[in-house]
Design a protein around this ligand. Structure first.
Ligand SMILES: Nc1ncnc2c1ncn2[C@@H]1O[C@H](COP(=O)(O)OP(=O)(O)OP(=O)(O)O)[C@@H](O)[C@H]1O
Length: 620
């Protein structure tokens, strides 16, 4: 029933809405419905937790007009605001009056002009600030250097001039200043930062395929940004060499000493620090030897493996595999040459010891040919490590998007089909087997690993119960579905969307292009593109040129494309469920694709080479 008295938050949000122009997308903002009541159909873009509004995420709506800070000030619980990818212009609004904000995302708008020096003065809680790709001019405000909690600052793609301020924050991990008009020396405090922070993606420093640059970022890189990068690279290399020498000396000296886990992790992840430049974790000094031993205990989840202890793992030289949204992963060789992967998770600090153990035991009981088993884990309040086997063949992402030489060709159709089948079976098993229904929550091509026979192994699955809820939203951003963008919740339905995108990715060879955006753009995602091509009767052009198969696979490919699109229905209720997906994939076989839907075959496909082999040509 409609509330008799609208709550103050409702009033405030309606007032906020009234100063926006083009606010048509906000029709669900209606006084007769509570903003956080999902049963009634909650308000679009309002982020809630336990019935409390903690943020607004109004992205890709074409909004203009005024951001009414007065109205927002009266909602005391707001911690995160995103107005990315809209058309707001004018000077930066007075967000300083929202002193408790932890995240402010304003990238890809038309805000401009000089930013007053003091504007960030009262925003001591701010951790993430995105002002990229606007039209800001003048100096970078020095008040930013006083934000002690800042971890990510994105200022690229503006017209900032003058010198780079002296950022001294120890937690600042990502700083992007590329594509501005800055000059002068790089402050010494920044020599520790990842050089790529000055251009764009951290991913170029690692081999991870998960975070490719967006086309706009690439376009916007200007030559002076590269000069800065070069200088920083030299500084970092010199520092790294010094640090390496120190590390080796230290390792030799302390060989016998029992290290506390976090000290050891810092040492073992030394290589990673050069990539990530995270502040190394501080040693936890415990008072007794027993406590140290306890601390250093790995909990094993399976009996069929030879046990090793944390010290073995941490003393082994670690190679960084990459750093994703959840944390960084390292490869370490333990015992008789067995390679394991240790993933160090951020944002799991809210969960208590018992709860964590219980969920790990649940995951440990899972056993399926398409799930990478969890071997062991480590729990301390401020440190969580998950250990699994190292999978030699790498990830699906690296196979689809990596560079292929003549000897090493792209995946053929049969292999792609096998992979997709395995992924579907792994997902179905996961839903069936866990005593509580938990989605995979993080399905993407870098989380599909391939064993020696190219059978897929899902990893990073079902972790939602142990991720801090306030972070889950910003962490699980891969392959975003429309409703995920609105509610920030992973569900079985959002999984199916991700699975559909994975099918389209595997068939087209294209990286889901909205990956780096925070929100869902109905015109800029892989499903929208495929749908558009299908409508234009250009289906043949969507398939990956590197995918070879026999002539007969053509209809199978088209049928799989259909399954992918049926998983990517905007309306979540219309998506297939996992059982249907598995059945349909298993039934995939020759047949006549529906011509009127997919266009005339003669126009869309071409056969190259002999009759048996074909590939799709783009240049017809
Ligand atoms: N057990 C494993 N064996 C081999 N490679 C792995 C293993 N686990 C992860 N990788 C690879 O290491 C790289 C880094 O993985 P990581 O899980 O840290 O990041 P990600 O998958 O890119 O992002 P996210 O943190 O969002 O899951 C990825 O390329 C991933 O495919």
């Amino acid at each position: 029933a409609p509330p008799s008295q609208p709550s103050p938050a409702v009033d405030a949000l309606l007032k906020f809405k009234s100063s926006l122009r083009n606010n048509m997308p906000l029709t669900s903002w209606d006084a007769s419905v509570e903003p956080c009541n999902w049963n009634q159909g909650n308000w679009i873009g309002v982020l809630c937790h336990n019935n409390t509004i903690w943020g607004l995420q109004l992205e890709n709506f074409g909004l203009t007009g005024t951001i009414d800070i007065d109205a927002l000030v009266s909602i005391d619980t707001i911690r995160s605001l995103s107005f990315m990818n809209n058309k707001f212009d004018g000077s930066l609004p007075e967000f300083r009056r929202l002193g408790k904000l932890k995240a402010l995302y304003l990238s890809n708008n038309r805000f401009g002009g000089e930013i007053p020096e003091t504007i960030f003065q009262d925003m001591g809680s701010l951790k993430r600030l995105y002002l990229a790709n606007n039209e800001f001019t003048g100096n970078i405000p020095t008040s930013l250097t006083a934000l002690s909690k800042l971890t990510v600052l994105k200022l690229e793609g503006n017209q900032f001039t003058g010198q780079i301020p002296d950022f001294k924050q120890k937690d600042l991990k990502t700083l992007n200043l590329a594509s501005n008009e800055l000059e002068g020396p790089i402050p010494a405090s920044l020599s520790n930062l990842n050089p790529n922070s000055f251009s764009e993606p951290v991913w170029t420093a690692s081999k991870s395929m998960s975070n490719p640059p967006s086309p706009t970022d690439v376009k916007k890189s200007k030559s002076h940004a590269w000069k800065i990068v070069l200088i920083v690279v030299i500084i970092v290399v010199v520092l790294a060499a010094l640090a390496l020498a120190l590390f080796l000396f230290h390792k030799k000296k302390k060989h016998e000493a029992a290290l506390t886990p976090s000290t050891s992790v810092a040492a073992a992840t030394f290589n990673a620090e050069q990539v990530q430049h995270q502040a190394p974790p501080r040693p936890q000094h415990s008072s007794s030897r027993t406590r140290r031993a306890d601390h250093a205990k790995l909990s094993f989840l399976r009996d069929d493996i030879e046990k090793f202890d944390l010290q073995d793992m941490l003393r082994a030289s670690a190679e960084v595999l990459g750093s994703g949204t959840f944390g960084a992963s390292y490869k370490a060789v333990v015992l008789r040459g067995q390679a394991v992967v240790v993933k160090r998770y951020r944002h799991m600090n809210n969960v208590g010891r018992e709860e964590f153990h219980e969920h790990m035991r649940r995951l440990g009981r899972l056993s399926h040919p398409n799930l990478l088993p969890l071997m062991a884990y480590y729990y301390r309040k401020e440190e969580k490590l998950l250990v699994s086997e190292f999978v030699e063949h790498g990830s699906l992402a690296s196979h689809i998007h990596g560079n292929h030489s003549l000897e090493e060709q792209g995946l053929d159709w049969q292999t792609r089909l096998k992979i997709i089948k395995g992924v579907a079976k792994g997902m179905a098993y996961l839903y069936n087997e866990l005593p509580i229904m938990v989605p995979h929550g993080h399905l993407k091509s870098s989380n599909v690993l391939l064993d020696n026979s190219m059978e897929p192994l899902l990893t990073d699955y079902a972790l939602r119960p142990v991720i801090n809820p306030e972070h889950a939203h910003s962490l699980m951003i891969a392959y975003k579905s429309p409703e995920y963008t609105l509610r920030g919740q992973t569900t079985i339905k959002t999984d199916i969307w991700s699975f559909g995108i994975l099918i389209l990715e595997i068939l087209t060879g294209k990286f889901p292009e909205n990956y780096l955006l925070q929100g869902y753009d109905r015109n800029a995602n892989l499903a929208a593109w495929v749908n558009k091509m299908v409508k234009e009767k250009r289906t043949g052009e969507v398939f990956d040129k590197e995918m070879t198969g026999t002539k007969n696979s053509k209809s199978e490919m088209i049928n799989l494309l259909k399954i992918g699109l049926s998983c990517c229905e905007e309306d979540a209720d219309r998506r297939l469920d996992i059982k249907e997906v598995v059945e349909k994939i298993e039934e995939l076989k020759e047949g006549n694709p529906e011509e009127d839907y997919y266009g005339s075959e003669a126009n869309t496909f071409s056969v190259r080479g002999n009759d048996e082999d074909f590939s799709f040509a783009l240049d017809r």
